[in-house]
Each structure stands twice: as C-alpha cells, then as structure tokens.
Design a protein around this ligand. Structure first.
Ligand code: SAH
Ligand code: TMP
Ligand code: ZN
Length: 406
C-alpha cells in the first residue's frame, strides 16, 4: 500500500483497495500493438480530512484522452434521451434569457447539440480530437482543450461570463479538480450555476459496483466531499438530483455562495450519507470485503459454466469491464469474445487480457449460451434489445449488485 496526501486538501489518505497494475481502461488495442501496452497502479483510498475518495496514482491525461479516445457517447440511445432532458432542465430551470452555456467533456456533442438553439450561446471544451471532430461535424462550437482555471480565464475574456457550466462524466476525471473549481469561480456569472453529474460513491458502495473504479475516474464524489471543496472556492451546493443512468449518479448544482436558494434535498442527502457512513474509513473496509466476495462468486460462476461446456461471451466492451476482467483474472478461457457496437472498438482486443472485441452482428448471428453483461448500466436498454436471445434460452450473467444468472 502506498501513502500519499490528498490532492485537494493535503490530508492523509487511508487506502482501502488495491487492484494491482492495470492497463488503460479505455485502451482497446490493435492486436499488433500488444507489445507496447503499459500498466499503471490502480489503488483507491479516502481522505481522512475532506472525505474525498480518490485514486492514489494518476495516469497522464494525454495517455487517456487523445485522438484515439475509444468512447463515443452517442452509442447509447437511452443516454441520448437523458442528455436531451438534462439540457432542457438546464435551460428551463436555471437560466436567464439569452444565456451562455459551456460544457466540459462534450464528447461527440450528445448534450451540447441541445444548446444550439436561437437565443442561446454554447461552447464545448473537449480535449479528445476524434470525438471533438464528431461534435464539430454537427456544426457545434468546440475548443480542443483540457479545462482548468487558465482555460476558464481565456473563455471569460473571449466570450464573457457563463450562465451555466455543465458536464457529465467528466468532472471526476480531472486530477486538478481544485483548478476546475477555481475555473468555475472565474467563469460563472453572478447568478451562474455549475451543474455536473458523475458516479456517486453512495451507489458504488451500496451496489458493490467496484467496476466504476478505473483510471479515468480519479474522484468518487459524495455530497460531503463536494461541499468541502466548493466552500474553498466560495461556491455552495444548492441542489442534488439523483440520476438512474450509468447505475446511479448524482447531479450536483453549485452556485456562488448565498446567490441561490438551497433545496431541501441537500440536507436530506447529507443525513443519508451520515447513516451510510460515507466519510468513515471503516465503511470502505467493508466495501473491500464485499468486492472480494463478488470477484470470487463471479469467477466461480464462470468456471462452472466453462466446466458445463457453455459458450460465454462478454456483452459491452465498457471501460468498467477492464477493471473486472483484470482484477478477476478473466481470460479467453472464460469469454470467447466481447460483443460491442462501437466501430472504433470492433476488431481490437480488450486491455490487459486481450479478449477480442467483435461486432454485435456476430452475437446476433450465432448467439452464445450466456452473455456476461459488462454494460450493466445499460441493462434496461439491452434486455429490451435482446428479448429474442432470452426467449430462445440465452441467459445474462450479471455481477452488480450481486452475481446472478438469469
Ligand atoms: N459527457 C459525455 C462524455 C464523457 S467521457 C458523456 O457523459 O457521455 C469524458 C470526456 O471528458 C471525454 O470525451 C474526455 O476527452 C473529456 N475530458 C477529459 N478531461 C477533460 C478536461 N480536463 N476538460 C474537458 N474535457 C475533458
Ligand atoms: P459505457 O458503459 O461506458 O456507457 O459503455 C457502454 C459500451 O457498451 C460501449 O462500448 C457501447 C456498448 N454497448 C453495446 O455494445 N450495445 C448496447 O446496446 C449499448 C447500450 C452499449
Ligand atoms: Zn482531502
């Protein structure tokens, strides 16, 4: 176990789970590039002072977010609907007339496109060149940068203050989170709001969703840890809105201190977190034990299926699957291949274990006996899509919240 200081407050971090060296979670590679693959330590801990759960080691951001970034947001139809509603909520609940909206990590434009409408100015900040190009291809305004306090300064000088700074699945990815909050402080108009949603540590613990832990997710937010950070930047949490997507997230709404009414939901969530013990290291020791049991149950189930001669394939080459596959020691012996719909992933192999990624068409043409559902966060969408697979005897194996075959 490594000891390091909290990146945000300098407090002591209590490490609670060490996955060992891991490949880049989204680093789906061409078979000919296997020799160049690198591994980085993946270890997670909680700060005793500010309660922020965080990775102890950080992979250089250019290694993860670049012109070869494998994740295109628009592969999920449900997420497209979710982000249309997110944008509508921002526009109708939080904004003045003629607003300026800035989105961090806009990826292929899945949400940003809904701010391109008469009377609204929009700007996306997206460092991964390939997905940024996909957004620009739809006529969206995108700058190819890593957002931080300096970039915020440049934006405010060039375009004026923002009425909303929004982001989904990006704020927890940024190691220099303090600089992001400082940037929010520089960029926001006096009544402006900073709205972001990310995986929620309360859901991760409750569901033993350890596969949310991987290199891109540097922080695992609770209300307590976000409030501590916000206070240092004269910002305040004014609302918290749970989201069902991606297996449980929270949308945080921050404003300059004292400028907006604070919703009752904030105090309610603080009380729930107290009961769940989300600031207490002991809670995370129990989480680790649950993770180890989950791993053993999954490997036991896959071994039994293998012994019974069942054909098993993975469903969804998610970044989360990289943690599961490598932590559980899964292998081509357990999984024939992983099915996915993303063109940039098909034909590649999975990080670490090098399980082939194949087109979903192959899954359809020759259905296996069992599909291990790595994309469990899209379960409703996938179960609906695969009704005929199940009707003809195919089964899904899941592991969140517990290992189950059905
Ligand atoms: N918002 C999308 C994409 C999430 S993936 C969705 O929810 O589906 C995270 C995205 O954040 C990637 O496209 C990545 O390139 C981008 N990103 C990473 N670091 C960033 C930073 N410092 N500033 C802005 N975007 C960043
Ligand atoms: P995510 O969990 O990070 O959103 O990634 C989901 C992955 O699963 C992505 O590679 C696309 C893939 N996927 C499918 O192959 N089929 C589907 O129906 C869905 C929703 C996702
Ligand atoms: Zn801290």
């Amino acid at each position: 176990m490594t000891m390091i200081a909290c990146r945000l407050c300098g407090g002591t971090i209590e490490p609670f789970l060490d996955f060992g060296p891991m490949p880049i979670a989204n680093g789906f590679l061409r078979p000919e590039d296997i020799a160049t693959e690198r591994r980085y330590p993946l270890e997670v801990g909680i700060c005793r002072r500010c309660a922020m759960v965080q990775l102890l080691h950080v992979v250089p951001e250019q290694e993860m977010f670049n012109a070869g970034y494998a994740f295109f947001s628009s592969t999920s139809a449900r997420m497209a609907v979710h982000f249309e509603r997110f944008a509508q909520d921002v526009l109708s609940t939080w904004l003045p007339t003629a607003p300026f909206v800035v989105e961090l990590g806009c990826n292929d434009g899945i949400m940003l496109r809904h701010y391109r409408r008469p009377g609204v100015r929009h700007l996306g900040i997206e460092p991964s060149a390939n997905v940024a190009a996909a957004a620009r291809g739809q006529g969206l305004n995108v700058i190819e940068r890593f957002f931080d306090a300096d970039v915020a300064q440049e934006i405010v000088e060039a375009h004026g203050p923002a009425d909303a700074l929004v982001g989904a699945n990006v704020v927890c990815h940024i190691p220099y989170l303090d600089s992001v909050f400082e940037g929010a402080g520089r960029l926001l108009a006096s009544e402006g709001v900073f709205i972001f949603e990310d995986p929620y540590i309360g859901d991760i613990v409750r569901q033993t969703a350890y596969d949310q832990i991987y290199d891109e997710h540097i922080y695992y937010f609770s209300l307590a840890s976000i409030e501590t950070l916000a206070r240092r930047h004269d910002l305040e949490v004014v609302d918290v809105i749970p989201q069902a997507v991606h297996g449980g997230q929270i949308r945080f709404v921050l404003a300059r201190s004292g400028r907006r009414r604070v919703s009752d939901r904030v105090a309610q969530l603080a009380a729930t977190e107290q009961t769940q013990g989300l600031s207490v290291p002991r809670t995370f020791e129990a989480f680790r034990a649950a993770v180890e049991r989950s791993r053993d149950a999954l490997v036991g189930q896959l071994d039994a299926l293998g012994a019974a001669g069942q054909r098993v394939v993975g469903y969804g080459a998610t970044s989360k699957s990289t943690t599961v596959i490598n932590y559980c020691g899964l292998h081509t012996r357990h999984l024939e291949y992983i099915s996915d719909v993303t063109p940039t992933k098909i034909g590649r192999v999975s990080p670490g274990a090098h399980i082939p990624i194949r087109d979903h068409a192959e899954f359809r043409a020759s259905p296996p006996d069992v599909a291990l559902l790595f994309a469990w966060n899209h379960a409703a969408e996938i179960l609906a899509k695969e009704a005929s697979f199940r009707a003809s005897g195919g089964r899904f194996l899941t592991y969140v919240p517990r290992v189950s075959l059905g």
